[in-house]
Design a binder for this molecule. Structure first.
Ligand code: MG
Length: 251
């Protein structure tokens, strides 16, 4: 077992089920991990979502919280707990880029040869500043429906195939359970992780990354390009097992 100093997690499918809060066991395990390691959480989600999915459920002591780094929207936002959460953000997408992205998703199911969902729950495309997030069943769809919609990513691969030609110069990644993340090119988790490495001054060999979408096209895959150790998990229960192992190996 390597001697890691920083453990990095994705959220949806890794610490929680899609767009759900962490459970009490996971919250407790994160606090225990913070006794021994630095912890970072990176996701396409915005800060508000980090708050209700993760931060509001952590009851670790305040000195431990200083070793927790939060990287919303793939690290285009970077937050640290300095008695209160302090975040800084990159420049958002331009108005022209935003218009182009919104337009590119019009009739997207039809254009991709997919059946249009019978009901869309909330917004289909959400503006997150430096990222646009497409959720195939809407941003507020029930997790049970979402988990059934595209378990093998094939529908989203088809949609990305169609979008690529109309969104040159932008990056497209499969995220969450039904989502596609659109960002300026080169904005992905590797971008956020590089920012994190730079800011906290840590060696790549000291980092372990855990995510559920490390395979081709997944939104965790960019982490592999950095040469840090990455482990694939199938869901929160597997992540808990990994955390318990990490807790055993460091006194
Ligand atoms: Mg995930």
């Amino acid at each position: 077992m390597k001697f890691f100093k920083l453990i990095v997690f994705d959220i949806d499918g890794t610490l929680t089920r899609s767009k759900s809060a962490i459970d009490t066991e996971m919250a407790e395990l994160i606090c225990q991990l913070l006794d021994k390691y630095k912890v970072a959480i990176i996701s396409g989600a915005n800060y508000e979502q980090f708050k209700w999915q993760i931060l509001e459920h952590l009851s670790c002591s305040s000195d431990k919280m200083r070793d927790l780094y939060i990287l919303p929207v793939d690290g285009t936002v970077f937050c640290k707990d300095e008695d209160a959460w302090v975040c800084d953000s990159d420049t958002p997408l331009s108005i022209e880029e935003k218009e182009l992205i919104k337009k590119s998703f019009e009739n997207i199911f039809e254009r991709s040869g997919l059946e249009t969902p019978k009901k869309i729950y909330g917004e289909l495309v959400e503006d997150r500043g430096a990222q646009f997030n497409f959720s195939a069943l809407g941003q507020n769809a029930p997790v049970e429906l979402k988990e059934k919609w595209d378990p093998d990513n094939r529908k989203r691969e088809r949609i990305i195939g169609v979008l690529k030609s109309v969104l040159p110069g932008l990056s497209l990644h499969i995220g969450g359970t039904t989502s596609i993340e659109v960002t300026k090119s080169n904005i992905d988790k590797a971008y956020g992780l590089k920012k994190l490495i730079r800011r906290i001054g840590i060696a790549k060999e000291e980092i372990l990354y855990l995510g559920d979408h490390l395979l081709d096209g997944g939104n965790d895959a960019p982490a592999l390009t950095l040469g840090i150790e990455c482990r694939s998990v199938k869901g929160p229960e597997e992540t808990k097992k990994e955390i318990l192992e990490l807790l055993k190996y460091k006194s």
